[in-house]
Design a protein around this ligand. Sequence first.
Ligand SMILES: Nc1nc2c(ncn2[C@@H]2O[C@H](COP(=O)(O)OP(=O)(O)OP(=O)(O)O)[C@@H](O)[C@H]2O)c(=O)[nH]1
Length: 409
Amino acid sequence: MSLPMSSNDSLHAVIRRAHLRMAGMAISLAGVLLLLVGVVVLRLYLLNNLHLMARSLAYTAEASLVFNDRDEAARMLEQMLRGEDVARAQVFDERGQVFVRWSSGQSATGGAGEVLAAVIGMQPGEAEVRQNGKPVGRVVLYSDGAGFVRFLCAGLAVLALCVGISGYLGMRQSRRMLADIAEPLQQLARVARAVRHDRSMDQRVPAARIAELNELGDDFNALLSELQMRHERLQQQNSVLELKASRDSLTGLANRSHFEQRLRQALLDADQAGRKLAVLFLDNDRFKQVNDVYGHAAGDALLRAVGERLHSLVREADLVARLGGDEFAILLYPVGGVDDARLVADKIEEAMREPVVTGTGVLLNPSVSVGIAVFPRHGRDMETLLNHADQAMYEAKLARHAGHAAIRG
Ligand SMILES: Nc1nc2c(ncn2[C@@H]2O[C@H](COP(=O)(O)OP(=O)(O)OP(=O)(O)O)[C@@H](O)[C@H]2O)c(=O)[nH]1
Protein backbone atom coordinates (compact mmCIF):
# COMPACT_ATOMS: atom_id res chain seq x y z
CA MET A 1 0.00 0.00 0.00
CA SER A 2 1.52 3.34 -0.98
CA LEU A 3 0.89 6.29 1.26
CA PRO A 4 0.97 9.86 0.00
CA MET A 5 3.78 11.63 1.86
CA SER A 6 4.99 15.16 2.09
CA SER A 7 8.75 15.63 2.34
CA ASN A 8 8.37 16.90 5.92
CA ASP A 9 6.48 13.88 7.23
CA SER A 10 8.13 12.40 10.28
CA LEU A 11 8.55 8.65 10.59
CA HIS A 12 6.23 8.79 13.57
CA ALA A 13 3.47 10.42 11.54
CA VAL A 14 3.89 7.95 8.67
CA ILE A 15 3.76 4.91 10.95
CA ARG A 16 0.75 6.23 12.84
CA ARG A 17 -1.15 7.07 9.65
CA ALA A 18 -0.39 3.66 8.14
CA HIS A 19 -1.61 1.90 11.26
CA LEU A 20 -4.79 3.92 11.44
CA ARG A 21 -5.55 3.33 7.77
CA MET A 22 -4.90 -0.37 7.96
CA ALA A 23 -6.96 -0.78 11.11
CA GLY A 24 -9.79 1.38 9.69
CA MET A 25 -9.88 -0.50 6.38
CA ALA A 26 -9.71 -3.94 7.96
CA ILE A 27 -12.42 -3.22 10.50
CA SER A 28 -14.69 -1.47 7.98
CA LEU A 29 -14.38 -4.33 5.51
CA ALA A 30 -14.99 -6.96 8.15
CA GLY A 31 -17.86 -4.92 9.59
CA VAL A 32 -19.61 -4.40 6.25
CA LEU A 33 -19.27 -8.09 5.35
CA LEU A 34 -20.59 -9.15 8.74
CA LEU A 35 -23.52 -6.73 8.39
CA LEU A 36 -24.38 -8.17 4.96
CA VAL A 37 -24.24 -11.74 6.21
CA GLY A 38 -26.23 -10.68 9.26
CA VAL A 39 -28.94 -9.05 7.11
CA VAL A 40 -29.28 -12.17 4.93
CA VAL A 41 -29.50 -14.48 7.95
CA LEU A 42 -31.85 -12.13 9.79
CA ARG A 43 -34.09 -11.90 6.72
CA LEU A 44 -34.44 -15.67 6.66
CA TYR A 45 -35.09 -15.79 10.38
CA LEU A 46 -37.70 -13.00 10.33
CA LEU A 47 -39.43 -14.53 7.30
CA ASN A 48 -39.59 -17.85 9.04
CA ASN A 49 -40.91 -16.18 12.15
CA LEU A 50 -43.58 -14.34 10.14
CA HIS A 51 -44.71 -17.62 8.55
CA LEU A 52 -44.90 -19.32 11.95
CA MET A 53 -46.96 -16.45 13.31
CA ALA A 54 -49.25 -16.57 10.25
CA ARG A 55 -49.72 -20.33 10.74
CA SER A 56 -50.57 -19.92 14.38
CA LEU A 57 -53.08 -17.15 13.51
CA ALA A 58 -54.59 -19.40 10.86
CA TYR A 59 -55.41 -22.01 13.53
CA THR A 60 -56.91 -19.39 15.82
CA ALA A 61 -58.88 -17.64 13.06
CA GLU A 62 -60.53 -20.87 11.86
CA ALA A 63 -63.56 -20.56 14.21
CA SER A 64 -64.09 -16.87 13.47
CA LEU A 65 -64.13 -17.53 9.74
CA VAL A 66 -66.45 -20.53 10.04
CA PHE A 67 -68.88 -18.60 12.25
CA ASN A 68 -68.33 -15.38 10.32
CA ASP A 69 -67.41 -13.55 13.56
CA ARG A 70 -65.37 -10.55 12.41
CA ASP A 71 -65.27 -8.95 15.88
CA GLU A 72 -63.75 -12.07 17.38
CA ALA A 73 -61.24 -12.24 14.51
CA ALA A 74 -60.24 -8.59 15.03
CA ARG A 75 -59.89 -9.14 18.82
CA MET A 76 -57.79 -12.21 18.22
CA LEU A 77 -55.48 -10.33 15.79
CA GLU A 78 -55.08 -7.46 18.28
CA GLN A 79 -54.34 -9.89 21.09
CA MET A 80 -51.83 -11.96 19.18
CA LEU A 81 -50.02 -9.31 17.13
CA ARG A 82 -49.72 -6.39 19.56
CA GLY A 83 -46.04 -6.00 20.48
CA GLU A 84 -44.86 -8.26 17.63
CA ASP A 85 -42.72 -7.03 14.68
CA VAL A 86 -45.78 -6.94 12.40
CA ALA A 87 -46.94 -3.78 10.63
CA ARG A 88 -50.19 -5.03 9.09
CA ALA A 89 -52.28 -8.21 8.95
CA GLN A 90 -55.12 -9.31 6.71
CA VAL A 91 -57.47 -12.27 6.98
CA PHE A 92 -59.20 -13.31 3.75
CA ASP A 93 -62.32 -15.55 3.51
CA GLU A 94 -62.62 -18.53 1.17
CA ARG A 95 -63.70 -16.25 -1.69
CA GLY A 96 -60.56 -14.16 -1.28
CA GLN A 97 -62.44 -11.17 0.16
CA VAL A 98 -60.86 -9.32 3.07
CA PHE A 99 -62.52 -10.70 6.19
CA VAL A 100 -60.69 -8.51 8.71
CA ARG A 101 -57.70 -6.16 8.73
CA TRP A 102 -55.29 -5.18 11.49
CA SER A 103 -52.68 -2.44 11.58
CA SER A 104 -50.16 -1.70 14.35
CA GLY A 105 -50.68 2.08 13.87
CA GLN A 106 -47.61 4.26 14.38
CA SER A 107 -44.61 1.90 14.19
CA ALA A 108 -41.62 2.28 16.53
CA THR A 109 -39.31 2.84 13.57
CA GLY A 110 -41.49 5.55 12.03
CA GLY A 111 -41.98 3.58 8.81
CA ALA A 112 -38.25 3.27 8.15
CA GLY A 113 -38.38 -0.42 9.06
CA GLU A 114 -41.05 -1.18 6.48
CA VAL A 115 -39.06 0.68 3.79
CA LEU A 116 -35.96 -1.27 4.83
CA ALA A 117 -37.88 -4.57 4.73
CA ALA A 118 -39.09 -3.70 1.22
CA VAL A 119 -35.55 -2.76 0.11
CA ILE A 120 -34.10 -6.11 1.16
CA GLY A 121 -37.06 -7.93 -0.45
CA MET A 122 -38.81 -9.14 2.70
CA GLN A 123 -41.97 -10.97 1.61
CA PRO A 124 -45.17 -11.20 3.69
CA GLY A 125 -45.80 -14.31 5.79
CA GLU A 126 -48.81 -16.31 4.62
CA ALA A 127 -50.81 -19.33 5.91
CA GLU A 128 -54.02 -21.00 4.81
CA VAL A 129 -56.93 -21.40 7.24
CA ARG A 130 -58.33 -24.94 6.91
CA GLN A 131 -61.32 -26.76 8.33
CA ASN A 132 -61.17 -30.52 8.08
CA GLY A 133 -58.42 -30.14 5.48
CA LYS A 134 -60.49 -27.81 3.30
CA PRO A 135 -59.25 -24.16 2.81
CA VAL A 136 -61.66 -21.62 4.30
CA GLY A 137 -59.43 -18.53 4.26
CA ARG A 138 -55.96 -17.07 4.30
CA VAL A 139 -53.84 -15.03 6.76
CA VAL A 140 -51.24 -12.55 5.44
CA LEU A 141 -48.73 -10.72 7.73
CA TYR A 142 -46.44 -7.83 6.75
CA SER A 143 -43.25 -7.23 8.76
CA ASP A 144 -42.65 -3.78 10.25
CA GLY A 145 -38.84 -4.22 9.77
CA ALA A 146 -38.15 -3.33 13.42
CA GLY A 147 -35.88 -6.35 13.72
CA PHE A 148 -33.78 -5.07 10.84
CA VAL A 149 -33.57 -1.59 12.29
CA ARG A 150 -32.52 -2.95 15.70
CA PHE A 151 -29.94 -5.18 14.07
CA LEU A 152 -28.56 -2.37 11.90
CA CYS A 153 -28.36 0.07 14.82
CA ALA A 154 -26.63 -2.47 17.03
CA GLY A 155 -24.36 -3.54 14.16
CA LEU A 156 -23.35 0.03 13.32
CA ALA A 157 -22.75 0.80 17.00
CA VAL A 158 -20.53 -2.27 17.32
CA LEU A 159 -18.75 -1.33 14.09
CA ALA A 160 -18.10 2.18 15.38
CA LEU A 161 -16.85 0.73 18.67
CA CYS A 162 -14.55 -1.66 16.80
CA VAL A 163 -13.18 1.16 14.66
CA GLY A 164 -12.57 3.21 17.80
CA ILE A 165 -10.87 0.34 19.63
CA SER A 166 -8.76 -0.62 16.61
CA GLY A 167 -7.81 3.06 16.15
CA TYR A 168 -6.70 3.22 19.77
CA LEU A 169 -4.79 -0.07 19.46
CA GLY A 170 -3.28 1.17 16.19
CA MET A 171 -2.05 4.32 17.93
CA ARG A 172 -0.54 2.24 20.73
CA GLN A 173 1.07 -0.07 18.22
CA SER A 174 2.47 2.89 16.28
CA ARG A 175 3.86 4.32 19.52
CA ARG A 176 5.58 1.02 20.22
CA MET A 177 6.93 0.89 16.69
CA LEU A 178 8.08 4.46 17.12
CA ALA A 179 10.03 3.45 20.18
CA ASP A 180 11.57 0.53 18.33
CA ILE A 181 12.29 2.13 14.95
CA ALA A 182 12.04 5.88 15.03
CA GLU A 183 13.80 6.48 18.36
CA PRO A 184 17.05 4.72 17.37
CA LEU A 185 17.01 6.65 14.10
CA GLN A 186 16.36 9.90 15.97
CA GLN A 187 19.27 9.12 18.32
CA LEU A 188 21.46 8.42 15.31
CA ALA A 189 20.46 11.75 13.75
CA ARG A 190 21.03 13.56 17.07
CA VAL A 191 24.55 12.17 17.48
CA ALA A 192 25.37 12.85 13.80
CA ARG A 193 24.16 16.45 14.26
CA ALA A 194 26.26 16.87 17.42
CA VAL A 195 29.33 15.62 15.55
CA ARG A 196 28.65 17.91 12.61
CA HIS A 197 27.80 21.08 14.53
CA ASP A 198 29.81 20.82 17.77
CA ARG A 199 32.54 18.39 16.66
CA SER A 200 31.72 16.46 19.85
CA MET A 201 32.78 12.92 19.07
CA ASP A 202 32.42 11.51 22.56
CA GLN A 203 28.68 10.84 22.17
CA ARG A 204 27.46 7.37 21.23
CA VAL A 205 24.21 5.91 19.88
CA PRO A 206 22.47 3.75 22.55
CA ALA A 207 21.61 0.09 21.84
CA ALA A 208 18.39 -0.56 19.88
CA ARG A 209 15.94 -3.46 20.26
CA ILE A 210 15.72 -4.18 16.53
CA ALA A 211 18.79 -6.13 15.37
CA GLU A 212 19.35 -4.25 12.09
CA LEU A 213 19.07 -0.86 13.79
CA ASN A 214 21.33 -2.03 16.60
CA GLU A 215 23.91 -3.10 14.02
CA LEU A 216 23.60 0.26 12.27
CA GLY A 217 24.15 2.03 15.63
CA ASP A 218 27.18 -0.18 16.41
CA ASP A 219 28.74 0.55 13.01
CA PHE A 220 28.09 4.26 13.49
CA ASN A 221 29.65 4.13 16.97
CA ALA A 222 32.68 2.29 15.60
CA LEU A 223 33.03 4.94 12.91
CA LEU A 224 32.81 7.65 15.58
CA SER A 225 35.47 5.94 17.70
CA GLU A 226 37.76 5.82 14.69
CA LEU A 227 37.07 9.46 13.88
CA GLN A 228 37.61 10.44 17.51
CA MET A 229 40.93 8.58 17.59
CA ARG A 230 42.12 10.29 14.41
CA HIS A 231 40.88 13.66 15.65
CA GLU A 232 42.75 13.29 18.95
CA ARG A 233 45.89 12.16 17.13
CA LEU A 234 45.66 15.20 14.86
CA GLN A 235 45.11 17.48 17.85
CA GLN A 236 48.18 16.00 19.56
CA GLN A 237 50.26 16.44 16.43
CA ASN A 238 48.96 19.99 16.07
CA SER A 239 49.82 20.90 19.64
CA VAL A 240 53.30 19.37 19.22
CA LEU A 241 53.75 21.39 16.03
CA GLU A 242 52.38 24.52 17.69
CA LEU A 243 54.76 24.00 20.60
CA LYS A 244 57.68 23.45 18.25
CA ALA A 245 56.75 26.54 16.26
CA SER A 246 56.73 28.66 19.41
CA ARG A 247 59.86 27.20 21.08
CA ASP A 248 63.57 27.78 20.74
CA SER A 249 65.13 24.40 20.06
CA LEU A 250 68.35 25.02 21.99
CA THR A 251 66.99 26.33 25.29
CA GLY A 252 63.35 25.17 25.17
CA LEU A 253 62.30 28.74 25.92
CA ALA A 254 59.79 30.72 23.84
CA ASN A 255 61.17 31.95 20.52
CA ARG A 256 61.02 35.46 19.09
CA SER A 257 57.69 35.10 17.26
CA HIS A 258 55.94 33.67 20.33
CA PHE A 259 57.44 36.38 22.51
CA GLU A 260 56.21 39.10 20.17
CA GLN A 261 52.74 37.54 19.99
CA ARG A 262 52.47 37.40 23.80
CA LEU A 263 53.82 40.93 24.10
CA ARG A 264 51.17 42.26 21.68
CA GLN A 265 48.37 40.52 23.65
CA ALA A 266 49.77 41.78 26.94
CA LEU A 267 49.95 45.34 25.60
CA LEU A 268 46.29 45.24 24.55
CA ASP A 269 45.26 43.82 27.88
CA ALA A 270 47.41 46.25 29.89
CA ASP A 271 46.00 49.16 27.89
CA GLN A 272 42.40 48.09 28.61
CA ALA A 273 43.02 47.22 32.25
CA GLY A 274 45.24 50.28 32.93
CA ARG A 275 48.14 48.07 34.04
CA LYS A 276 51.87 48.27 33.46
CA LEU A 277 54.23 45.78 31.87
CA ALA A 278 57.99 45.60 31.49
CA VAL A 279 60.26 44.23 28.77
CA LEU A 280 63.79 43.22 29.74
CA PHE A 281 66.24 42.93 26.86
CA LEU A 282 69.32 40.80 27.62
CA ASP A 283 72.50 40.19 25.66
CA ASN A 284 75.38 37.96 26.71
CA ASP A 285 78.66 39.82 27.12
CA ARG A 286 81.61 38.73 25.02
CA PHE A 287 79.88 35.58 24.05
CA LYS A 288 81.81 35.30 20.81
CA GLN A 289 84.93 34.63 22.85
CA VAL A 290 83.32 31.60 24.48
CA ASN A 291 82.68 30.09 21.09
CA ASP A 292 86.11 31.03 19.84
CA VAL A 293 88.02 29.72 22.86
CA TYR A 294 85.94 26.72 24.06
CA GLY A 295 83.99 25.85 20.98
CA HIS A 296 80.40 26.11 19.88
CA ALA A 297 79.20 23.30 22.19
CA ALA A 298 80.46 25.22 25.24
CA GLY A 299 78.68 28.32 23.92
CA ASP A 300 75.46 26.28 23.60
CA ALA A 301 75.84 25.00 27.15
CA LEU A 302 76.26 28.54 28.40
CA LEU A 303 73.15 29.72 26.51
CA ARG A 304 71.12 26.85 27.98
CA ALA A 305 72.32 27.57 31.49
CA VAL A 306 71.54 31.28 31.18
CA GLY A 307 68.07 30.41 29.86
CA GLU A 308 67.37 28.09 32.80
CA ARG A 309 68.50 30.67 35.33
CA LEU A 310 66.36 33.38 33.76
CA HIS A 311 63.36 31.08 33.74
CA SER A 312 63.83 30.19 37.41
CA LEU A 313 63.88 33.86 38.40
CA VAL A 314 60.51 35.00 37.07
CA ARG A 315 56.90 34.23 37.98
CA GLU A 316 54.81 31.61 36.17
CA ALA A 317 52.85 34.34 34.37
CA ASP A 318 56.01 36.04 33.02
CA LEU A 319 57.67 34.92 29.82
CA VAL A 320 61.35 34.28 29.09
CA ALA A 321 62.37 33.99 25.43
CA ARG A 322 65.51 33.54 23.42
CA LEU A 323 65.27 36.03 20.62
CA GLY A 324 68.20 34.54 18.69
CA GLY A 325 72.00 34.31 18.98
CA ASP A 326 72.97 35.31 22.51
CA GLU A 327 69.96 37.59 23.02
CA PHE A 328 67.16 36.92 25.51
CA ALA A 329 64.04 38.87 26.50
CA ILE A 330 61.69 38.76 29.46
CA LEU A 331 58.10 39.95 29.58
CA LEU A 332 56.96 40.91 33.09
CA TYR A 333 53.19 41.33 33.21
CA PRO A 334 51.67 42.71 35.30
CA VAL A 335 54.38 44.78 36.97
CA GLY A 336 54.31 47.61 39.52
CA GLY A 337 56.67 49.89 37.54
CA VAL A 338 60.32 50.54 36.62
CA ASP A 339 61.50 49.78 40.16
CA ASP A 340 60.03 46.27 40.11
CA ALA A 341 61.64 45.63 36.74
CA ARG A 342 64.99 46.84 38.12
CA LEU A 343 64.64 44.45 41.03
CA VAL A 344 64.31 41.58 38.55
CA ALA A 345 67.35 42.88 36.61
CA ASP A 346 69.32 42.92 39.88
CA LYS A 347 68.24 39.37 40.62
CA ILE A 348 69.46 38.35 37.15
CA GLU A 349 72.83 39.94 37.76
CA GLU A 350 73.03 38.13 41.08
CA ALA A 351 72.12 34.80 39.45
CA MET A 352 74.83 35.20 36.82
CA ARG A 353 77.57 35.39 39.48
CA GLU A 354 77.50 31.61 39.80
CA PRO A 355 79.82 30.09 37.15
CA VAL A 356 78.53 27.56 34.61
CA VAL A 357 80.29 24.22 34.30
CA THR A 358 79.98 22.66 30.84
CA GLY A 359 79.77 18.90 30.18
CA THR A 360 83.49 18.84 29.44
CA GLY A 361 84.31 20.52 32.74
CA VAL A 362 84.95 24.02 31.39
CA LEU A 363 84.10 26.73 33.87
CA LEU A 364 82.38 29.75 32.33
CA ASN A 365 81.36 33.01 33.96
CA PRO A 366 78.09 34.10 32.45
CA SER A 367 77.44 37.78 32.14
CA VAL A 368 74.47 39.55 30.63
CA SER A 369 73.66 43.19 30.02
CA VAL A 370 70.04 44.12 30.69
CA GLY A 371 67.95 46.93 29.28
CA ILE A 372 64.49 47.79 30.64
CA ALA A 373 61.42 49.35 28.99
CA VAL A 374 58.10 49.84 30.81
CA PHE A 375 54.65 50.34 29.30
CA PRO A 376 53.28 52.97 29.12
CA ARG A 377 56.19 55.06 30.38
CA HIS A 378 58.75 54.19 27.64
CA GLY A 379 56.36 53.43 24.83
CA ARG A 380 52.86 52.23 24.01
CA ASP A 381 53.61 49.80 21.19
CA MET A 382 55.86 46.78 20.83
CA GLU A 383 58.45 48.25 18.48
CA THR A 384 59.00 51.36 20.61
CA LEU A 385 59.30 49.30 23.77
CA LEU A 386 61.75 46.81 22.23
CA ASN A 387 63.85 49.64 20.78
CA HIS A 388 63.94 51.38 24.11
CA ALA A 389 64.94 48.18 25.95
CA ASP A 390 67.58 47.43 23.28
CA GLN A 391 69.03 50.92 23.62
CA ALA A 392 69.08 50.64 27.41
CA MET A 393 70.82 47.27 27.14
CA TYR A 394 73.39 48.74 24.76
CA GLU A 395 74.17 51.48 27.25
CA ALA A 396 74.49 48.94 30.06
CA LYS A 397 76.83 46.86 27.92
CA LEU A 398 79.05 49.83 27.18
CA ALA A 399 79.41 50.42 30.90
CA ARG A 400 80.22 46.76 31.50
CA HIS A 401 82.82 46.46 28.80
CA ALA A 402 85.04 48.61 30.94
CA GLY A 403 86.24 45.82 33.16
CA HIS A 404 84.21 42.51 33.44
CA ALA A 405 85.81 39.36 32.14
CA ALA A 406 83.26 37.03 30.53
CA ILE A 407 85.49 33.98 30.68
CA ARG A 408 87.23 32.49 33.53
CA GLY A 409 89.38 29.59 32.59
N1 LIG B 1 77.28 28.59 20.57
C1 LIG B 1 76.45 29.33 19.91
N2 LIG B 1 76.79 30.50 19.44
C2 LIG B 1 75.91 31.27 18.78
C3 LIG B 1 74.59 30.84 18.56
N3 LIG B 1 73.95 31.81 17.88
C4 LIG B 1 74.84 32.80 17.67
N4 LIG B 1 76.04 32.50 18.22
C5 LIG B 1 77.19 33.26 18.24
O1 LIG B 1 77.10 34.23 19.31
C6 LIG B 1 77.95 35.30 19.00
C7 LIG B 1 77.27 36.59 19.32
O2 LIG B 1 78.24 37.55 19.38
P1 LIG B 1 77.93 39.07 19.54
O3 LIG B 1 76.69 39.26 20.37
O4 LIG B 1 77.91 39.70 18.21
O5 LIG B 1 79.16 39.58 20.31
P2 LIG B 1 79.62 39.31 21.75
O6 LIG B 1 80.81 38.47 21.70
O7 LIG B 1 78.55 38.77 22.63
O8 LIG B 1 79.95 40.76 22.14
P3 LIG B 1 79.07 41.76 22.91
O9 LIG B 1 77.67 41.42 22.73
O10 LIG B 1 79.44 43.08 22.37
O11 LIG B 1 79.50 41.60 24.34
C8 LIG B 1 78.33 35.14 17.53
O12 LIG B 1 79.67 34.73 17.43
C9 LIG B 1 77.44 34.04 17.00
O13 LIG B 1 78.06 33.22 16.01
C10 LIG B 1 74.24 29.57 19.05
O14 LIG B 1 73.13 29.10 18.93
N5 LIG B 1 75.18 28.86 19.72
